[in-house]
Each structure stands twice: as C-alpha cells, then as structure tokens.
Ligand binder design. Structure first.
Ligand SMILES: C[S@@+](CC[C@H](N)C(=O)[O-])C[C@H]1O[C@@H](n2cnc3c(N)ncnc32)[C@H](O)[C@@H]1O
Length: 291
C-alpha cells in the first residue's frame, strides 16, 4: 500500500485545490503539466515534494497540492461503471462491519470504488475478492486501485458471472452492487460463515424488495435492515449560515442482513417459521381463489 507520508512519485494521483475550494485531479507524469483554465502546473516541480504545499502557476495563481483522500479519488477517478459514492461507502464500512483481517467478496467490481475502501479497511491480513463480467471494467478498476493504493497482493479479481458461480468459501462479508443481487443469495448461502454479513446496494426499491424476498426464502438471515443516506452540506459564510441549495437527492438503498445456521434459526424462532407458513398458506389460498 502507498504511504501518504512519503514524497510524491511518478504515477501518484494528485489534487489541486484553488482559491474557491474547487478540486482538480491528475496523475503525476514526468514532463507533463496540468492545465487549469490556462494556469499551468508542471508535474516535475511536484514529484519529490510532500503534500500540503502551495504551488503557483506561471501566472502566479496559487493552488494547494494534496494527495487525494479516498473521497476525492472515488469521485474523480476514471470510471467504467457508476461508482458507489462516499456517503454510501462510509455506511457500508460501518454497517457491514468491515474489519481488519476479514475475507470479503464484492460484486460487481465496476470502477473499483468499493474495492478500494474495502482493501483499506481489511488491511494486510484481510482479503478482498472482486467479481465482474466485463474485462474492460476490470482493467480500468485495476489502474484506479494501483494509482491510489499501490500494489495489493491480498486482492483477487475473478472475471466470473457471480449469478452462475460463487467460487469462494468461508466468506465473512458479501457486498453486492449488481442489477439482480437476489440471484446471488442461493449460491452464496453455503459459502458464508455463520455470523457473516451481506449487504446490497441498489438504486431502486423494486430491487430492494426482490433482494429482501430472496433473504426471506433462504431462511437463514436475521437483522435485515434497509436504509438510505441523505447527506446535506451547509454553507457557513458570515451571516449566510444555511444548508447548501443543491444536494444529491438519491444514490441508492442499502440492505444489510446477518447469516445464521438454518436449524438454529427454526429452533430459536419457531414463531418465525409459523409466521412464514401462515403467509405461504395465505398466498396459496389467495391463488386458489383467483379465477
Ligand atoms: C454499478 S457497477 C459496480 C460499481 C462498483 N461497486 C464500484 O464501487 O466501483 C456494477 C458492475 O457489476 C458488473 N456485473 C453485472 N452483472 C454481473 C454478474 N452477473 N457477475 C459479475 N459482475 C456483474 C458490471 O459489469 C459492473 O461492472
């Protein structure tokens, strides 16, 4: 993993912050200059420096130079597929309880935003396994990961359709950002350890409903929780102390659940079984009443 305390090197991503707090992202290359509306910032003067210094363009316009935070990286890096935004990444790390040393499976890999956050959270003793069906997305995500984290020997990428093959066992955490996440549940169940947490990120509530139904049918998930996160920034400027006028209205819903052993669940919660049987009986009656 890259150490942010070291001086900048060729290939490192960099952030330029202007006087209006606008952020510009680039990747350092010997001989290259970043051009921000006519202000030229030569990379050769940055390589070898530590972050946090003030660089002036040839027109003496000042820019602060930083290493991107994970948030900066995720919203600025080149994208193949849509990324999971920082507000949702933060919730995933916390509610799916991503811990150092965990074995985590994620699908799809997309642009690598979630994988980057996961690799930082599991640390060198953990493992992240990423599934995707698109080789072009995998290539782009690998570049993004290498730029931000450096080499990561504990990251395994599988160019595999996860609806058809779930190749990993004894998984601690399963994170899904897919069009049809419910299709993964039957394959994943035998490979999730008891106590494992699954999380699905979906933009529409129809997907959430289908995912929750798959969890219910698997009969080995408890603590099912669906939430969304609304993040509103505030403007604090003299007497203008108020919420920002614009915000991101919607990204996606997050559903979390915890895997238990099926026999333990029916023994410990017979009322759940009874309730489910009653539901099934009711729907069977409804169906038989349909003309
Ligand atoms: C929205 S993107 C994931 C973005 C990613 N979570 C990130 O933060 O950058 C969805 C990805 O799922 C992949 N995908 C779709 N169906 C799949 C399947 N059946 N198996 C594996 N990956 C799949 C797509 O190729 C795409 O890259």
């Amino acid at each position: 993993m890259k150490n942010p305390k070291l001086p900048f090197q060729e290939g490192d991503p960099v952030i330029f912050l202007d006087r209006k707090q606008r952020v510009y992202y680039s990747v350092l290359q010997t001989g290259k200059q970043t051009n921000i509306r006519g202000d030229l910032l030569p990379h050769d003067t940055i390589i070898g420096c530590h972050e946090g210094f003030l660089l002036r363009s040839q027109r003496r316009v000042p820019f602060w130079v930083f290493r991107p935070t994970l948030n900066d990286h995720v919203v600025n890096m080149p994208r193949g597929a849509t990324v999971i935004y920082p507000k949702d990444l933060g919730m995933i790390l916390q509610y799916a309880d991503i811990y150092p040393g965990a074995k985590v499976v994620e699908a799809g890999h997309g642009s690598g935003a979630l994988a980057t956050a996961l690799l930082r959270a599991v640390g060198p003793d953990g493992q992240v396994i990423s599934y995707d069906i698109r080789q072009d997305f995998i290539n782009n995500a690998q570049k993004n990961l290498r730029n931000f984290l450096g080499e990561t020997s504990n990251h395994l990428i599988r160019e595999t359709n996860i609806y058809e093959s779930f190749l990993d066992t004894d998984v601690d955490r399963l994170l899904l950002d897919l069009p049809e996440p419910w299709r993964v549940i039957p394959l994943a169940v035998p490979n999730l350890r008891p106590g494992a947490i699954v999380c699905s990120y979906s933009p529409t509530v129809i997907q959430v409903q289908s995912f929750c139904e798959a969890l219910r049918q698997a009969r080995c998930f408890v603590e099912v929780l669906t939430l969304e996160t609304l993040l509103r920034r505030w403007n604090i400027d003299g007497l203008s102390v108020r919420p920002e006028l614009r915000m991101i209205g919607h990204t996606g819903f997050l559903t979390f659940a915890r895997r238990v052993e099926p026999p333990a669940m029916s023994a410990a919660m017979p009322e759940l079984e009874t309730a489910e049987n009653t539901l099934e009986e009711e729907s069977a009656i409804d169906e038989s009443n349909e003309v």
